[in-house]
Design a protein around this ligand. Structure first.
Ligand SMILES: Cc1ncc(COP(=O)(O)O)c(C=O)c1O
Length: 386
């Protein structure tokens, strides 16, 4: 049994989540529940593998060998029943870089790219920074859960070259159904729209739900889908800058690989390679225990809000460790909510509005933290909002 209750002091470790609090929130002592990394220790078997390699005194240029790729192939088969070939895997230092490489490789200035806000905001930057046109297929919210506006999606697909899918969806925590994915996929096929499926949260699935890789739905969809995965969210390795882009279509893969090669980004990070291979080879039990712990954190948050602060509503999470909370019933403006959270509750959440349309009135709370940290945050919320 792994210990997810352990409190680890992360201050002064050059951590974005901890050491940028003053810069981001204007207050250095907020309880940080924003950036999507975890306050749990990276599993011991991964740390041991890194330390073992670190004992060798030379950290020169390194390669990724067959076992590295095989560990990804085996993991995807074991965890998601998705069969891929080693040669489909292209290295990327990160998924946000991969989104940008995709835009640069496969689209031209002015081309339309569909996004589904409220969504992970670097999607917007990857479009605007390269002068592409953002087509916003805002998710429909009925007060309880989210669905897709397919009519609008179909219209937008006619003007689009690319679709950025967040699956499972950050921040709303939605694990798309097979029907939803197929319908979006078929519209993309019919309109020659390339799908960049950001599946970085694919392993963080809560009980009762199942992640379906877009590229696994049909041979046709595999041909137009660029899938982004990484061990970074799953095993808390974001600082090691090691991710994978899976592209079955040879022509697309060759073009994408050329972008990486031209930028000389293929070498990667020696410790990231060791960590990724170890995680995907030995990580099953740790991940199962992590998901059980996260599920209890979600249950705690849900029952606490229902009993103690009914005006705050948790949107039912299906995946990720990010809780999406509706503050609109407080009647406060976004600025008031933000200010109260920071200055009265001492909490550093991600402000919903940064995720674009439909994010107003919401806050995203990172629940990948020991239970006592979550309990402290809930007490602070109660003092401020009940
Ligand atoms: C949907 C999504 N994509 C990408 C990333 C970050 O990817 P990377 O750190 O590999 O650039 C995150 C991190 O929160 C995310 O939620």
């Amino acid at each position: 049994m792994y210990n997810f209750d352990k409190i680890v002091n992360r201050e002064k470790t050059a951590s974005v989540k901890y050491d940028l609090r003053k810069a981001y929130f204007g207050k250095a002592d907020v309880l940080p529940m924003w950036v999507a990394d975890m306050d749990f220790e990276t599993p011991d078997f991964i740390r041991n593998a890194i330390m073992e390699r670190a004992k060798h005194p030379i950290y020169g240029y390194s390669i990724r060998e067959g076992e590295y790729y095989q560990s990804i192939v085996d993991w995807l088969k074991r965890r998601h029943n998705w069969e891929i070939h080693k040669k489909w895997i292209v290295h990327s230092p990160g998924i946000v870089p991969a989104l940008n490489f995709s835009v640069q490789t496969f689209t031209k200035p002015g081309d339309g790219i569909i996004v589904q806000p409220p969504v992970y905001f670097p999607f917007f930057m990857a479009i605007a920074d390269h002068g592409r046109k953002q087509l916003e297929n805002q998710l429909l919210f009925d007060g309880q859960s989210y669905s897709i506006n397919f009519e609008e999606f179909e219209e937008q697909a006619k003007q689009a070259k690319m679709f950025f899918l967040s699956s499972p969806h950050n921040p709303v925590g939605k694990c798309f159904t097979k029907e939803e994915l197929l319908k979006m996929g078929e519209i993309c096929l019919a309109n020659d729209v390339l799908i960049v499926s950001d599946e970085i949260h694919n392993d963080l699935i809560l009980p009762g739900y199942k992640h379906i890789p877009m590229a696994d739905l049909s041979d046709e969809l595999a041909e137009i889908t660029i899938t982004c995965i990484a061990p970074s969210k799953t095993f808390n390795l974001a600082g090691l800058a090691t991710s994978s882009v899976i592209i079955k279509n040879k022509e697309l893969r060759t073009k994408f690989s050329k972008t990486i090669a031209d930028l000389h980004l293929g070498n990667g990070n020696l410790f990231g390679t060791v960590a990724s291979q170890t995680a995907y080879t030995h990580g099953d039990q740790w991940l199962d225990e992590l998901m059980a712990y996260l599920n209890s954190n979600f249950q705690l948050l849900d029952s606490f809000l229902k009993e103690e602060i009914p005006q705050l509503k948790l949107i039912k999470a299906e995946a990720t460790y990010l809780a999406w909370i509706d503050f609109s019933a407080t009647g406060l403006t976004d600025e008031e909510i933000k200010s109260k959270l920071i200055h009265e509750a001492g909490l550093g959440f991600s402000h919903g509005a940064i995720f674009g349309k439909g994010g107003e009135g919401f806050q995203r709370m990172n629940l990948a933290a020991p239970r006592t940290t979550v309990q402290n945050a809930l007490e602070n919320l109660r003092r401020t909002f009940s």
